[in-house]
Design a protein around this ligand. Structure first.
Ligand SMILES: C[S@@+](CC[C@H](N)C(=O)[O-])C[C@H]1O[C@@H](n2cnc3c(N)ncnc32)[C@H](O)[C@@H]1O
Length: 352
């Protein structure tokens, strides 16, 4: 029953995983191609060129990331460039897409992706040129203010549905047990998630919300009371005991002692970290034995390769990974996780 309900919440908000993955893919693909096009990349490939010539022309470094960008382009089912006998060239049979045509074919629930795809796609050039851009710089860029864009996006139905599904996947005993406990929310983002978690728990669980990006934390602190009132004008009273504490910190190095929390929650976060396996060992360290670990992490193959390129444009982001890795990284800590739906909803008891 829990599983069915969890599936239903995800399906209602995003439609089928394959369809939403493919449509999201086309949006991110469009903006990556646009970024490369603005650079003169496709014009240059009107003549066949070697890999070395392309790297020299655009100042791209010889890296695993650069290779992945090229591989993604040439192995796409609609490949805008071809590779033959060591030469890359524009594919005359595949025109560059237009945003209007893609959005016209995209489920309205997924169109929000265009808002973040545009600023994030520009960053792939920095990574191709090996400029040292980390997560904080990605989010706090002066020219695009990714923080502000995430402020809108994290407020959309899909994100709220995933949070709801995370709670729906817990047993009713677990939901009750969390009352009066200490919860760490890792990668809290704009404060929308903090407000929703707080409301799911009716203000009866002490939340410590952590994020490494100062601009994100600032937003979260400012937004939290506004979101509470917007979502539920009759929400329980916020007191000094149930008011969330916001703290700067990374999932891979949590600034807390061992066994500081009873519960942990994360969503849409691990792929941004440099080392998701380390983040897992950190969460196991700070959640006390017998505590609860829950949340979500979208896993391969339900994320698309173009989105992955965009996430990995930050030099210290690992990108998406496979379900098998996720299960194994927890198993290495002695924990068996229970995963549901393509949104990677998880729950586990910390019996490490
Ligand atoms: C897509 S947002 C999701 C925010 C929130 N979890 C939600 O779903 O509303 C990703 C968040 O992860 C944060 N983040 C990035 N790297 C992180 C890290 N190493 N540790 C913790 N959070 C991180 C970002 O700053 C950002 O706030």
């Amino acid at each position: 029953m829990r599983l069915l309900k969890t599936w239903w919440i995800i399906f209602k908000s995003a439609g089928s995983a394959m369809k939403s993955g493919r449509q999201g893919d086309l949006i991110f693909r469009y903006f990556i191609l646009k970024t490369l096009s603005t650079l003169g990349f496709f014009e240059f490939l009107q003549q066949p060129r070697t890999y070395g010539e392309i790297l020299a022309e655009f100042g791209f470094s010889e890296s695993e990331y650069t290779q992945e960008v090229f591989n993604t382009l040439i192995h796409d089912s609609k490949n805008v460039i071809t590779q033959n006998s060591g030469f890359y060239a524009l594919n005359p049979d595949v025109p560059l897409p237009s945003l209007e045509s893609i959005l016209a074919r995209t489920d309205p629930r997924l169109r929000f992706a265009a808002q973040i795809a545009e600023p994030l796609s520009v960053l792939i050039i920095d990574r191709l040129q090996e400029k040292d851009i980390g997560v904080t710089e990605v989010f706090e860029r002066e020219d695009y203010r990714v923080v502000n864009m995430f402020n809108d996006v994290l407020d959309t139905r899909i994100y709220s549905a995933v949070r709801e599904a995370c709670f729906a996947y817990l047993t009713s005993e677990e939901r009750k047990w969390m009352r009066g406990k200490q919860l760490i929310e890792i990668g809290c983002g704009s404060g929308r998630e903090t407000a929703e978690i707080w409301l799911h728990l009716e203000g009866e669980t002490a939340i410590t919300a952590v994020d490494p990006v100062p601009g994100m934390l600032e937003l979260a602190q400012k937004n939290f009371p506004e979101f509470l009132t917007e979502i539920d004008p009759a929400h329980p009273v916020v007191t000094k005991n149930n008011k969330p504490v916001f703290k700067e910190g990374s999932a891979t190095r949590l600034p807390f002692d061992d066994d500081s929390f009873d519960v942990s929650y994360w969503a849409f976060m691990l792929h941004w970290t440099a080392d998701p396996k380390k983040a897992i060992s950190e969460v196991v360290r700070v959640v006390r034995p017998g505590g609860l670990i829950f949340g979500s992490q979208i896993l391969k193959p339900y994320v698309n390769p173009y989105l992955n390129l965009v996430i990995r444009s930050s030099r210290n982001s690992y990108g998406f990974f496979w379900r098998e890795d996720y299960v194994k990284w927890f198993a290495d800590e002695g924990i068996e996780i229970d995963i549901a739906t393509p949104a990677g909803i998880i729950r586990a008891t910390n019996n490490a």
